[in-house]
Unconditional design. Sequence first.
Length: 395
Amino acid sequence: MCDPTYWGATLFFTACYFSAGLAIIPTVWFIFHGQSAAASLGIWVTLAALVHAINSTVWRKDVVNRSPIWCDISSQIILIYSTGAICSCVCIAKFLAFVLSPSARNISHEERRRINIRNYVFSLGFPISMIPFHYLYSPSRFGLVRTMGCEASYVLTWPTFFFFIIWSPIFGMIACGYTGYVGYKLYQWKWKNASPKNSTKLPIVRLAWLCITYTTAAVPLSIYYLIETLFRGSYSSFSINKIRANSAGIEYERYKSKPTFYDVLPLMGSGIYIMFFTFSAELRTVYKQCFWKGISFFKSAFKTKRNPKEHSPKAYISSHTRIQVDFDYTDTEMTGMPAQDESRLSLTRIPTTRYPASPSPDSSGFEDIRFSQTSSDQTLCSSPNALTQLITKTD
């Protein structure tokens, strides 16, 4: 992974791109379903994989300072990623411990909202609050390493341990305690064929295995990194003026001798996250729905483009339609006329051909029509049923 050759860097950033692309799908799903603990872990693994992918793409051949602002941001994300991911595991393990405990109960909407706010503040807010303290133990602005790109620089002093190194092992041990309790409860649940009392859409067993697997892999690595730093690190006396003497400079490193804890953790975390959730049964259903909706959308758009429908105006006659029939017209057409002295009544004007009155009712084809000398040749009908009296009966 830290091979200084071109192909090693290419393989590394390709894996990071795939990891970020696959991890972001369940992350968005968890965010929209209000599952803050799992969503925060997805945010960290996606960010870390994406940052490593971009860094390795841009600096896979050299250590030229192309984008200092990007390095300022990405180096801090790499610095706090391990603490943020383990804090997310603490939130997941605590949620599972509550769900599987004997005193579990259904969570109301207001309680769930408070839990989500608390989880986001802890898993995202606490690691971000560590960034300003990096000023105390950072001898340079950032570091540049060939094939790996931007990294955070620091010296070993007492602020380094108190504000940075010790938090991953501390929260990791807390996560281990909750995870052990969750594993014990799952074992009891399996043999008793019971079910958790708290109703939730989240797959409890899969989430528990995610927490157990990630904690088992990440916590030993953080403890190993702490021990290695304690026994092999070169310590410096704390002097802010001495440490910040070259704070605007940049540290360049041609090759990295071996992978560090911060290089391994992003790919490992995203791999575990993808394994348990990206191809789960819930998300496979979502993928199918999105696929068929997309197919239906393109089909409807294609049909509309190939066969546009011609909409012709239609006349509708309701029970409140006022019909006015005029004579002495050769063409039969329907036009609208404004209603006279009647509000909220629609008026339809139907011109027809005028027929002379017949002296003998039996010889006429219009048996039900009564002609009379009136002051107007207009017959007003207040109902559509009266229109049938003006239509010729055919045998």
